[in-house]
Ligand binder design. Structure first.
Ligand SMILES: Cc1cc2nc3c(=O)[nH]c(=O)nc-3n(C[C@H](O)[C@H](O)[C@H](O)COP(=O)(O)OP(=O)(O)OC[C@H]3O[C@@H](n4cnc5c(N)ncnc54)[C@H](O)[C@@H]3O)c2cc1C
Ligand code: SF4
Length: 355
């Protein structure tokens, strides 16, 4: 008889929704999270607010977290990793390891991998933006942390910036470094942050340098036009090739591609719109569970657009940014779909054994 438990690896938005779904559908959800806290990257990277309504992150996620924490069928293991898996769908033998090195064994019928992404490191050689050289060059993630503390200041002086520039597509859509994909959320996040900066510092000037803005669905209306029309954010089509220091300012060099001419503009602060790469945990899970990775390094799926959660390994599903750049909506939808498919699989296998 197939084991009656679904293992969910990763307690971010996708894994939380998967755990809630599995438990609500009547199966035991064994939720394993490597960190000591649930909530995934929005918590560990201290996101202040979420798109599209700028709702406080913790407030937005509290319902989901409480459902998981209070569900009698969710068995939560924090500070724990999966180090080995043997067996097959319906009957996996899983070895878990806690931070203190102690191990334990679990039998599970299906697995959902929701180990997410990591932010691109903008200090990589090919990036000419001075992230590790200049204090006033920060990332979207650094900006979220500042906003969480209710301020936006130049790290070099502690003073409010007068001119702030976002540079889009840092580490994404870059064939030279091998990231040949769009990270999907950064145009929306930069526009959301530009609104927050204008709310906090109404006299500041905010610029977004982009190759082309990729806002999809309602974000176009809810964030992009709002930033441009209501908050007077300046969108400039251009390619930034370099950021250097000039006195106590930053000089952005590149090309204004609308006007077709070189561009040099001075800023007080630069925010790099870093993209998503598979997390170390995602790469590690591909090894532990022998799940192939697709050409961009994320976990492969087999169903194309009609089944976004089944991996090539029977009984193993994926949800959220472990499968590629995803926003919260995508991640939550995949968590629900993976829960449904894994519970359906267990029910099918159990019927076959009983019959
Ligand atoms: C700067 C920035 C701001 C963003 N803001 C928004 C926004 O406002 N709105 C929006 O829709 N999207 C936003 N996003 C995207 C959002 O962060 C992702 O959609 C979401 O976090 C993906 O959820 P996930 O659960 O798949 O992965 P994650 O949030 O990355 O969670 C993965 C979890 O798995 C755990 N894990 C990793 N490896 C292991 C392992 N081996 N064992 C056990 N656990 C493991 C991690 O500790 C983590 O808790 C933003 C992204 C960026 C870069
Ligand atoms: S979402 Fe925007 S900034 Fe991010 S990679 Fe795509 S086009 Fe570039």
């Amino acid at each position: 008889m197939a084991a009656d438990t679904v293992l969910i690896v990763g307690g971010g938005p996708a894994g939380l929704e998967a755990a809630r779904g599995v438990a609500d559908l009547g199966k035991r959800a064994l939720l394993v999270e490597a960190r000591s806290q649930l909530g995934g990257t929005p918590y560990s990277s201290s996101y202040a607010t979420l798109t599209p309504d700028l709702q406080d992150t913790e407030e937005a996620m509290s319902g989901l977290l409480n459902d998981v924490l209070n569900h009698p069928l969710v068995d939560l293991r924090l500070g724990t990793r999966v180090i080995q898996s043997t067996g097959q769908q319906g009957d996996f033998d899983i070895t878990l390891e806690k931070e203190d090195g102690t191990t334990s064994q679990e039998k599970v019928g299906a697995v959902i991998i929701a180990t997410g992404f990591q932010h691109f490191d903008p200090g990589r050689e090919t990036q000419m933006y001075g992230y590790y050289e200049y204090d006033d060059v920060i990332t979207l993630v650094d900006a979220e942390k500042m906003m969480k503390q209710g301020k936006i200041v130049r790290p070099s002086t502690g003073e409010a910036p007068e001119k702030v520039a976002f540079i889009q597509c840092v580490g994404s859509r870059d064939r030279q470094i091998g990231n040949k994909y769009c990270s999907k959320v950064c145009c929306g996040i930069a526009s959301k942050q530009s609104i927050e900066i204008k709310r906090m510092l109404p006299n500041s000037k905010v610029f977004i340098f982009y190759i082309d803005m990729r806002m999809y669905g309602f974000w176009e209306d809810q964030i992009y036009w709002k930033a441009q029309e209501e908050y007077k954010v300046n969108y400039i089509r251009g390619i930034v090739t370099e950021v250097i220091r000039k006195g106590d300012k930053l000089l952005i060099k590149g090309e204004d591609t609308t006007m077709g001419r070189p561009m040099e503009v001075q800023m007080d602060m630069v925010i790099l719109s870093v993209g998503m790469e598979p997390s170390k945990g995602t790469v590690n899970m591909s090894q532990v569970f022998s799940i192939p990775r697709e050409e961009h390094g994320f976990l492969a799926t087999v169903g194309g657009p009609l089944d976004t959660v089944s991996t090539p390994v029977p009984g193993i599903f994926v949800a959220g940014a472990a499968a590629g750049p995803k926003d919260l909506e995508d991640s939550i939808s995949m968590g629900g779909a993976a829960a449904m498919k894994s519970v359906a699989l267990l029910s099918r296998l159990q019927r076959v054994t009983v019959g």
